[in-house]
Design a protein around this ligand. Structure first.
Ligand SMILES: *[C@@H]1O[C@H](CO)[C@@H](O)[C@H](O)[C@H]1NC(C)=O
Ligand SMILES: *[C@@H]1O[C@H](CO)[C@@H](O)[C@H](O)[C@H]1NC(C)=O
Ligand SMILES: *[C@@H]1O[C@H](CO)[C@@H](O)[C@H](O)[C@H]1NC(C)=O
Length: 265
């Protein structure tokens, strides 16, 4: 009897121990999933490029030389359509190129586009050693103006937002926006960054706003611009008054688990 009792007790104790261990592991796992990522340590005055420390803001107008335009368009004119790959995993669908090249040869007029791109004032300035290109549009009349930094995605450009500029700056409503639309590093006239992340771009654009004497502002992020906007809001909450993103993301592990289970991946 005593033999049976003691082994019975042992089994009970073992079960309790297993239960306790399971609960503890589950608790630790949930804690791990809910953990907030640490804030990255970013040097806000780090020099990222090779430009001088010139702090001036220069007007910029797109004016590509005839020589370059003619060279590019002669290449388009003489380009051969590549043969269709067996399967698009081996290369792009070249059938599509026929229409694109026809359009470029017959309809596309660079000088007209240049006028279109130049319709809003553009500038360049050097921030953290990198040249940054940006569009800056101020509303003509408005009762209340709020600054809005608009970040384009990839593969896009500053011109992505052009169609909405009149509505945002018209001053017809109670509020109008002063728009700052930079070219992301490596896009158009903005210098590229090497081995950097959206955290560095977020800091770069915070410094761009400082250069423009804009202390607090709203941010609109499109595509990859959403990642930069999110980083700006997290790193500089005293600067970013509000954030609107077209792509929302959270790097907490719990969000990734939810995302993975929703997408069956
Ligand atoms: C931050 O960058 C600046 C400029 O490159 C450098 O002088 C400074 O030492 C850096 N600070 C830290 C903490 O690394
Ligand atoms: C573009 O540059 C050329 C030569 O540098 C100049 O003659 C022309 O006026 C410029 N056009 C514009 C729109 O600035
Ligand atoms: C905005 O300003 C206009 C003219 O200055 C005025 O008539 C209008 O009432 C103002 N609107 C608001 C909401 O303050």
């Amino acid at each position: 009897m005593t033999m049976y009792d003691s082994s019975h007790k042992k089994t009970h104790r073992l079960k309790a121990l297993v239960l306790l261990a399971s609960i503890t592991s589950l608790g630790l796992f949930i804690d791990y999933l809910l953990e907030e990522p640490l804030l990255p340590n970013v040097n806000q005055s780090e020099i990222l490029g090779f430009r001088s420390a010139d702090r001036s803001i220069r007007e910029y107008n797109i004016n590509i030389s005839d020589h370059i335009v003619n060279t590019v368009f002669s290449q388009v004119k003489h380009s051969a359509i590549l043969s269709q790959p067996l399967d698009i995993t081996y290369g792009p669908d070249t059938k599509m190129y026929k229409d694109v090249i026809k359009y470029w040869r017959e309809k596309y007029d660079w000088r007209t586009r240049e006028v279109y791109f130049n319709q809003y004032p553009q500038y360049t300035t050097i921030v953290q050693g990198l040249q940054i290109h940006f569009v800056h549009v101020k509303p003509e009349t408005s009762n209340k103006t709020v600054p809005l930094l608009m970040l384009h995605g990839w593969p896009e450009s500053f011109a992505y937002f052009y169609d909405i500029v009149p509505q945002l700056t018209s001053g017809n409503g109670d509020v109008s926006f002063e728009l700052i639309i930079p070219s992301l590093p490596g896009h158009f006239m903005s210098d590229p960054m090497k081995d950097r992340t959206t955290v560095h771009v977020a800091t770069l654009f915070k410094n761009l706003m400082k250069r423009l004497n804009i202390d607090r502002f709203y941010v609109f992020g499109q595509g990859v611009g959403s990642f930069i906007g999110t980083d700006m809001a997290i790193l500089y909450p005293d600067k970013v008054m509000g954030l609107y993103n077209t792509m929302c993301l959270s790097l907490r592990k719990i969000s990734l688990v939810k995302y993975a289970s929703r997408n069956n991946c």
